[in-house]
Design a protein around this ligand. Structure first.
Ligand code: AN7
Length: 394
């Protein structure tokens, strides 16, 4: 395997610490060798099941049984949307409650192999929660930069309890991302674990492998929320590699969803622009409140190569989809993770009978969002008559 520039195809050895191409400035990806695809042998469960297609040594892995999440059929919402098989790939079942754990196990394993003394990230919450847990497991220093006042309670509690050094930046995620990138380039001992890091994305591509193995085939469409756009890039790479290995015979269409107030990638695709940025991103789905996604070129390629699509949903549509999933399918996902269902309800999808929505994070990450919009709870005296009255059965 080798590190390859996504822009100009420059190549860098696997053991060099480099986050962007020193010739053209683009992001990098891990390129596998032709022989890697020659009958890869998978064993076990979760991310490291796919070790033959991953960088790093599974024997040294810093792991917490990530991956192997459920693929749940939405029997009530699916038919209503005209989709005969609608599935939720429930990433909230990961150890820290989001898909980030898939990437973090590979990223932390890499950090240890490099002898890094600290790992760092900027985060809207889930990356920091995951990195803090994996760093704790290994006993390595964790530095987290978060946008002040913009991280959901559950995620912040996770970073705190796992002992990360947390710095609130008086700015947004994009400011924090720029700063932590500068810090890790200047200080070679601090290893950057945002999705600009191509090793992390290698872990995240295993979601595609699991979906294909669970279904026994490739789905028609995969829908997921986009923030920094690492996940859509990683999952698309996974599908392409599974086809190259001869394990599926076609590819899905990739649909990326953004919140209306934070939709730089959707705007770039619509305007065919060569830049990707919105200045003041806003959405209640704080996970994807990102204005300058580092992986935008990869995301654009994934959507275009796959013949997919992208679109926006409003905060109200996100909240409605979150309730819908919770009340009619029994699945509680965080706001960003409800965006795919909101997209399908709003825009529909053509010629697709098997659709997989990636539920990226657990609903308990962000309880405040639910409580803020809930009716006042009813009360009763500790008597049966008072209880009956409260229930309207007096
Ligand atoms: C639940 O934690 O960017 O498009 O710093 O937490 O791969 O960035 C989180 C992103 C979707 C978007 N859903 O994924 C962070 C962070 C949830 C997320 C995304 C995030 P990418």
């Amino acid at each position: 395997m080798i590190q390859r520039c996504f822009g100009c195809d420059a190549r860098f050895p696997l053991d060099r610490i480099i986050y962007t191409c020193d010739r053209c400035g683009a992001v990098l990806e891990i390129a596998l060798e032709a022989t890697d695809f020659d009958h890869p042998k998978f064993a076990g469960r979760g991310v490291w099941r796919y070790a033959p297609l991953l960088p790093g040594d599974a024997a040294n892995a810093v792991t917490m049984a990530e991956g192997a999440t459920g693929l749940h059929r939405c029997d009530r919402i699916g038919p209503e949307l005209g989709i005969s098989e609608l599935y939720l790939k429930n990433e909230g079942e990961n150890p820290t409650g989001s898909f980030k754990d898939r990437g973090m196990t590979v990223g932390l394993t890499r950090a240890v192999e490099l002898g890094a003394t600290a790992v760092a990230c900027a985060s809207t919450g889930n990356t920091s929660a995951s990195m803090a847990a994996y760093a704790a497991r290994r006993g390595i220093r964790a530095i987290v930069l978060i946008p002040g006042g913009q991280v959901a309670t559950g995620k912040l509690a996770q970073a705190i309890v796992h002992g990360a050094e947390i710095v609130q930046i008086d700015g947004n995620f994009d400011d924090a991302m720029r700063l932590v990138h500068e810090l890790s380039v200047e200080d070679g001992d601090i290893y950057l674990l945002n999705s600009i890091n191509p090793f992390r994305l290698e872990g995240q591509k295993t979601l595609a492998f699991e979906v294909c193995e669970t279904l026994g085939r490739c789905p028609d469409v995969v829908v997921l929320p986009m923030g920094n756009a690492g996940n859509i890039s990683a999952i698309w790479k996974g599908f392409k590699e599974f086809r190259r290995a001869g394990l599926i015979d076609r590819l899905p269409r990739m649909i990326g969803v953004q919140a209306e107030g934070a939709a730089p990638i959707v705007e770039t695709l619509r305007s065919r622009s060569e830049t990707c940025r919105v200045e003041r991103p806003e959405t209640i789905a704080t996970a994807i409140r990102i204005g300058a996604p580092v992986n935008w070129r990869k995301a654009v390629a994934a959507i275009q190569e796959s013949g997919g699509d992208c679109g926006t949903v409003t905060d109200d549509e996100i909240v409605a989809a979150q309730r819908d999933l919770a009340r009619r399918e029994g699945r509680f996902v965080e706001p960003a993770s409800a965006a795919p269902i909101a997209f399908l309800r709003k825009h529909g999808v053509v010629e697709a009978s098997t659709v997989v929505c990636v539920a990226t994070g657990h609903g308990l990450k962000d309880p405040d969002m639910v409580l803020k919009t809930s009716p006042t709870l009813i009360r009763a005296e500790p008597t049966l008559s008072s209880l009956r009255e409260a229930l309207g059965q007096a």
